[in-house]
Design a protein around this ligand. Structure first.
Ligand SMILES: [Zn+2]
Length: 516
């Protein structure tokens, strides 16, 4: 098995903000989960560096576009490690290897008869680097996303014959109902297709900042086609991904086969809803035109809202993910974003809601449960949770959990999976209260019962910690380390695994300390 997940490549003209962090975190959770399964995983992120907005911004600063792109790409490159993201590669669309693949694939599209010369005239948003259709222009002739005035543009272009894929795209949507998720986005993309596809510009004539059209060097490829192809081009020159975190041998590592052979097509493209059309319509059509396999899934997440507006730098309502990480750590941000806003929907985020989740769920539900349990094992059993038969009542609730989480993860239901795990975290807290080990410890006749309770708690904590590992990599490493559990494989989330039992537990510092 192989699993290939991507984020969109981020446009270098912006500074990294919470929206970028959100997609990167989600992709990382999926990548880490699939590594736990022992699959061969490739996780890609990167930067989109061509197009008019970058050229304009560079000229305004009196520097070359490449210089600006180099400077800004560094900020996005720095984002991933701060989020604890385990991406296997960081692609830049100015990489010469990427540019060569763009030229090669789009030449193939032309050879296959899907490119022609024509003149395009339309309303253009320089911020989107895109022409707008009549039904997507706001009052006052403005871009609905950027609120800037559109300009009337006319130019000689090469066109991509998108209209030739009308039927094949409708068939694709009929045959693969999980090609785009959630369902609302599937419907949105399908209705756009059904409204009748028109050919789209493939190149820009007036621009120079882009990948040159190899058969006519007066043109550069339209930035969207250049950008989309990153998902494919990266595999042709990225280094081999490192060994999976679980330490297990990847099931599908075919020696000698290239990354492209092993990893293409992509399993999941994670995107924001503002770039749905490019990924759900243009991208599959382009791949069909080139004779390449289509990705398995496009999953569309919603926007994180503050005061009801999409978070973006240009709107000036940025919640700085770096400030949250500095104060509480990356785990807390990762948890909050996937816990508070159902993945796939729009949702509001706020510092008040963040602090509440941190205190009540991370610090109390999980942090206290772990420290109290480990402290009791030390106090009553000299640090060793006995390898006894575990509580049958908990077995029913923990036995199938890993399988259910896997099922949800396969559907990118990251919030649903987290909720399922958290129900068990709460169950363990209730179990402590119900069984009151401190009372059992006072009576020698209850010694056996105390062993069952403490060992069941340790087993339950091991199960949830392994399943939470993709969400909370740093704190679960500390916790599993204190339990003496080696490896992070999903097999350790089975109730009947005996790891952490019969061995001396370590000490645990508070996992989620109160913020100063
Ligand atoms: Zn725009």
């Amino acid at each position: 098995m192989s699993f290939y997940v991507t984020t969109p490549i981020y446009y270098v003209n912006a500074a990294p903000h919470l929206g970028h962090a959100y997609t990167t975190i989600a992709a990382d959770v999926m990548a880490r989960h699939h590594r736990q399964r022992g699959e061969e995983v490739f996780f890609l992120t990167g930067t989109d560096e061509h197009g008019e907005p970058v050229a304009d911004a560079a000229h305004a600063l009196g520097i070359e576009p490449q210089e600006l792109a180099d400077k800004n790409a560094e900020r996005f490159k720095a984002l991933a490690p701060r989020l604890d993201a385990s991406n296997d590669f960081f692609i830049r669309t100015t990489d010469p290897e990427h540019e060569a693949v763009v030229q090669q694939v789009l030449s193939k599209v032309r050879e296959n008869g899907f490119v022609y010369e024509g003149t395009y005239e339309g309303w253009y948003c320089p911020r989107c680097a895109d022409f707008k259709a009549d039904n997507e222009i706001d009052e006052g002739n403005r871009c609905p996303i950027h609120h800037v005035e559109l300009t009337r543009e006319q130019e000689d272009n090469y066109f991509f014959k998108l209209s030739a894929f009308q039927q094949r795209l409708e068939d694709l949507y009929a045959e693969r109902e999980d090609f785009v998720a959630p369902r609302t986005r599937y419907n949105e993309a399908l209705s756009f297709i059904r409204s009748g596809l028109r050919d789209v510009p493939l190149s820009r004539h007036k621009l120079t900042w882009g990948v040159k059209v190899p058969w006519d060097e007066q043109h550069v490829f339209y930035v969207w086609f250049d950008a989309l192809l990153n998902y494919y081009s990266a595999l042709s020159y990225a280094p081999e991904p490192g060994a999976p975190a679980s330490g297990a041998t990847p099931a599908s590592a075919a020696p000698g086969a290239s990354l492209t052979e092993r990893m293409w097509p992509a399993s999941y493209h994670l995107i924001g809803k503002d770039i749905l059309r490019f990924h759900a319509v243009y991208w599959p059509a382009l791949l069909m035109a080139a004779g390449l396999e289509l990705p398995e899934h496009v999953f569309v997440h919603g926007f994180l809202l503050m005061d009801g507006e999409k978070m973006s730098k240009s709107l000036g309502n940025v919640l700085d993910p770096f400030a949250v990480i500095d104060r509480y750590g990356a785990d807390a941000l990762r948890f909050y974003l996937l816990r508070d806003v159902p993945f796939g929907q729009d949702g509001s985020v706020s510092t008040a809601a963040f602090e509440l989740r941190y205190e009540s769920e991370l610090a109390n539900d999980l942090g206290n449960l772990a420290s109290r349990t480990i402290a009791m094992v030390h106090r009553y059993r000299d640090g060793v949770a006995a390898a006894v038969t575990l509580d049958g009542e908990l077995e029913g609730e923990f036995g199938g959990l890993a399988g259910e989480v896997q099922w949800l993860m396969d559907r990118a239901e990251l919030t649903g999976a987290l909720e399922l795990i958290w129900q068990r975290v709460r169950r363990l807290n209730r179990y402590v209260e119900e069984r009151a080990p401190w009372r059992l410890a006072k009576d020698e006749a209850s010694a056996q019962q105390l062993d069952v309770v403490l060992s069941s708690l340790v087993a339950g904590i091991r199960v949830v910690a392994v399943l939470l590992h993709p969400y909370l990599p740093t704190s679960t490493d500390k916790l599993l380390g204190a339990l003496g559990v080696e490896g992070r494989s999903l097999a350790l989330a089975r109730w009947e695994a005996t790891d952490a039992l019969g061995c001396k537990l370590g000490q645990l510092e508070p996992l989620f300390p109160k913020s100063q």
